[in-house]
Design a protein around this ligand. Structure first.
Ligand SMILES: Cc1cc2nc3c(=O)[nH]c(=O)nc-3n(C[C@H](O)[C@H](O)[C@H](O)COP(=O)(O)OP(=O)(O)OC[C@H]3O[C@@H](n4cnc5c(N)ncnc54)[C@H](O)[C@@H]3O)c2cc1C
Length: 460
């Protein structure tokens, strides 16, 4: 247990712009039993509990509400078992995504969901946010790779959701828990499906004069019936920052670059590579390059995976957005994003998982500029509205947290939200597990639960 100022400050925030709020106490759980004890104490005292992994979340999901106990599962970081015969691994929630992937690679398998934060984010956070990543285009996001989760509910009850059997009987409560952003309980053990390493992997770098041609290439590749392992787009602003940072070999004169990866057996990969090159040419690619060896391939990916760090070469702060739009609308929504930047006098660069229509506009700024934060938030809200108007959704992978909570009413009817709240209540009747997140306050009784007395005139 930690109550010193430094520990409380660290647990007060995640990687989002959501205002930090220090918790009352931080519990660095080292075992399942520690979590059970904390969840029992929370219910006894009627105090909210906020689960926390590495704190890399971008929607404020791990930012505590006032007076909460933060339960960090980051120290529960052991891989308990790797079962190659059944293609699964059992892990504690604090295992870092890349650590699991590295350990598995040597056994001929890997863990497919690969958030760009994979060097630090934990499996518990991945499950809670149903995280994605570049390779989720072909393999699916986290929910497609989780077989079972052991969960501790507020009050200390333990439930096992899902099972080793790929088709467990009964309601899919495992599916309900994944993406619950810590509002349904705390995961203390996760069984994931592991994916065999592909025999051949080839990575292409395509350059274009403008973003529209790159976005249209993405739609055309999918329309041709090809599903690459990954398709990542970067605009000129971010490419220049990356080149200054790691020198990945991207062309800095291009208006946009597209990284495409194809995997599988040699024959299929070769055929797909030829087809993709043909589409790229037709879409006006100014250069087409296939990485010649593993070192070059790794460098191309290093550029993409360190893009957010590279932003420091442009400005000290950034606000990373996350919406999804239909792939065919990518080009038009990106145009809209550019005009939002002009309208709010802000620089916006783009790096995103184009294959699944997942946009990540990055608003870069210096928070010391007077009034800039207000403009950043207004521009962010405009990006969400533009994505919804194009038939998109609020979040591709970062979750709703606090950041997008009030936009939920723009996507869901009152009935939808009430049903979501009822589902949440069936896991957490006291409303103490990560209250004040995801559902708009008018659709969650969680906030009312935090009041020591109900103010006069409030109707319950
Ligand atoms: C530079 C950068 C790049 C990123 N790229 C991607 C990307 O490509 N794809 C993507 O999906 N995300 C990305 N993210 C967002 C973030 O890394 C992911 O959402 C990640 O899964 C969060 O994991 P975490 O361990 O840091 O969780 P935290 O931030 O600590 O928590 C996130 C949520 O999970 C809950 N939680 C944590 N542990 C548990 C648990 N054991 N049980 C129940 N609930 C729990 C928390 O309450 C919170 O709601 C990126 C973030 C950064 C900073």
């Amino acid at each position: 247990m930690k109550t010193d100022d430094a520990s409380l400050r660290v647990a007060a925030r995640d990687a989002s712009l959501v205002r930090p709020t220090p918790p009352a106490v931080v519990c660095l759980a080292e075992s399942h039993d520690d979590v059970v004890a904390m969840m029992t104490i929370a219910a006894d005292l009627g105090v909210p509990v906020v689960p926390r992994g590495a704190g890399t979340g971008l929607a404020g999901g791990a930012v505590p509400s006032g007076g909460a106990i933060v339960v960090s599962t980051a120290r529960m970081n052991r891989v308990l078992d790797v079962d190659r015969d059944n293609g699964s691994a059992r892990v504690q929630p604090g295992v870092v995504n890349l650590d699991l992937d590295r350990l598995l690679r040597s056994t001929g398998f890997h863990f497919s969901p690969d958030p760009s934060s994979q060097q630090v984010c934990t499996l518990g956070g991945n499950v809670a946010n149903n995280s994605g990543g570049p390779h989720c285009l072909a393999y699916g996001v986290t929910s497609a790779h989780v077989l079972a989760v052991r969960v501790v509910l507020v009050g200390g009850e333990v439930v096992d959701l899902g099972g080793d059997d790929p088709e467990p009987c009964g309601l899919d409560l495992r599916g309900a828990f994944i993406g619950g952003e810590g509002t349904l309980g705390i995961a203390t053990e996760i069984t994931v499906a592991i994916t065999p390493n592909p025999p051949v992997t080839r990575t292409l770098l395509l350059a274009y004069a403008d973003m529209t041609s790159a976005a249209n290439t993405v739609s055309s590749i999918i329309a041709a019936g090809i599903v690459p392992a990954a398709m990542e787009v970067m605009d000129q602003g971010i490419v220049r920052a990356i080149e200054q940072y790691v020198g990945a070999g991207y062309p800095t004169d291009a208006g946009a670059v597209l990284l495409v990866e194809v995997e599988g057996l040699e024959g299929g990969v070769a055929a797909n590579e030829v087809a993709i090159r043909g589409i790229a040419e037709r879409m006006g690619a100014t250069s087409i390059r296939t990485a010649v060896d593993e070192a070059e391939r790794a460098l191309l990916w290093k550029g993409r995976k360190t893009a957010f760090g590279a932003v420091a070469n442009i400005a000290p702060d950034y606000y990373l957005h996350d919406t999804v739009v239909p792939r065919a609308r990518l080009a038009s929504v990106l145009d809209e994003v550019a005009s939002i930047g002009v309208r709010h006098r802000l620089m916006i660069v783009n790096v995103f998982h184009a294959g699944d229509g997942n946009l990540h506009p990055l608003i870069v700024f210096d928070r010391r500029d007077p009034g800039v934060l207000e403009r950043v938030h207004e521009a962010g809200a405009d990006i969400v509205r533009a994505s919804l108007a194009a038939g998109g959704v609020l979040s591709g992978e970062h979750g709703i947290g606090i950041e997008k909570q009030e936009f939920m009413s723009a996507m869901f009817t009152d009935d939808d939200l009430d049903h979501q709240n009822r589902l949440r209540r069936s896991f957490d009747p006291l409303g103490l597990s990560n209250p004040g997140k995801v559902l708009p306050s008018s659709h969650s009784c969680a906030d009312i639960q935090q009041l020591s007395s109900v103010p006069a005139g409030v109707w319950l």
